[in-house]
Design a protein around this ligand. Structure first.
Ligand code: 5GP
Length: 346
């Protein structure tokens, strides 16, 4: 555990609204003059619940984080906590929200996150943070277009601090196929894509999106739980073949998947399947607050389950750098950090 904590890591799949810590929630309650215990109750999934119940929790969270101040404080605390966990590079994602009651606009929401990232940079925290603008599939294609416009505008105005879009939200709502033109448009503008796909067995939309986007988009897959041939059986080989051929990295969130009941236990998690094929698969937290895990926990779990020693872990951490959305300069810097760490440890 201690080695996994010290190990320099990258976190590529973290939703802002589910990445709070209990400590932060308690502080926020005190700050707002609310009884702490009532406030924090049930805000962390301690036992496995169907995916739907997770989504009910997200709605509750959105009632909490709805002012500019709350978003700013949450973003700063999430960045600091990841830095304390020795995450050296973080791609943080969130759905821009319009909340008339607090005067929040989608633009202000993302600008507030940008301000928090810049203030953390000024403080000299040892972590590089980039942002992704989330598209919630429940809100439909028109809102998705607004999110892409916003991401594009911010990519320009922040010189790349915002570097892509995420596609998430309840997979049981709508059809990802409808969003393909939006994804292609985003990629054309230079935005990178992280798409929640095959989180549940949705073969048709997953195949459609992969076929349409694999050639022209820089992309990663969020979860991808029901992607591989082993699970799908005959007739579903196309998806795996595309993923392998285009080396599309998969963001693997072990604890989140177990608590959402889409995977039984660490031993059956698809991480192992892809890793043993030497396909890029990156351990991530998804929501370290909602799922009560740190990135260190995720590394420890996998190390224990699959017998990774220190060398394996270091080699693995190094391999995750290839899948970040930032360019070569940042990649080289991260590799150097890991190399120096490895030397010190040996
Ligand atoms: P936010 O975007 O508000 O910062 O983070 C919460 C939102 O992220 C949720 O409302 C949902 O749209 C998305 N999200 C968080 N976790 C998951 C997940 O495990 N699966 C999917 N599909 N979406 C998620």
């Amino acid at each position: 555990d201690d080695f996994c904590h010290r190990l320099p890591k990258v976190e590529l799949h973290a939703h802002l609204n589910t990445s709070y810590s209990m400590k932060f929630l308690r502080e926020l309650a005190r700050h707002n003059g609310i009884a702490e215990e009532d406030f924090v109750q049930d805000l962390c999934l301690k036992e496995a619940k169907p995916l739907d119940e997770g989504f009910a929790l997200f709605v509750r969270l959105h009632q909490i984080f709805k002012t500019e101040e709350a978003i700013y404080r949450l973003t700063c605390s999430v960045i600091k906590e990841f830095a304390e966990d020795n995450v050296k590079y973080l791609e943080l994602r969130s759905t821009p929200k319009m909340i008339p009651e607090t005067g929040m606009t989608r633009d202000l929401y993302m600008q507030t996150m940008v301000r928090a990232v810049k203030d953390c940079e000024k403080e000299g925290l040892d972590i590089t943070v980039r942002l992704l603008v989330s598209i919630d599939r429940r809100h439909g294609v028109e809102v998705a277009r607004i999110a892409v416009d916003l991401a594009d505008k911010l990519m320009q105005s922040t010189q790349g601090l915002v570097l892509g879009v995420d596609f998430s939200g309840d997979p049981k709502v709508g059809d990802a196929t409808d969003f393909i033109p939006v994804f292609l448009d985003a990629a054309k503008r230079g935005l990178k894509l992280s798409l929640h796909l095959a989180e549940i067995p949705l073969y048709e939309e997953t195949k459609n999106v992969l076929q349409a986007c694999c050639r022209s988009c820089t992309m990663r897959i969020g979860h991808g739980t029901f992607l591989h041939r082993y699970d799908l059986g005959k007739g579903h080989e196309e998806m795996e073949d595309i993923v392998l051929q285009w080396k599309i990295p998969i963001e693997a969130c072990v604890t989140s998947n177990i608590l959402s009941k889409t995977v039984d236990c660490p031993g059956t998690h698809h991480f192992h399947y892809w890793h043993s094929k030497q396909h890029p698969v990156i351990l991530c937290t998804d929501g370290k607050g909602a799922f009560g895990c740190s990135l260190t926990d995720e590394y420890s779990k996998v190390a224990k389950e699959f017998g990774f020693g220190k060398r394996d872990l270091l080699a693995y951490a190094l391999s995750t750098v290839d899948s970040i959305f930032e360019g070569d300069q940042v990649k080289q810097r991260l590799r150097e950090t890991m190399r120096v760490f490895g030397q010190k440890e040996s």
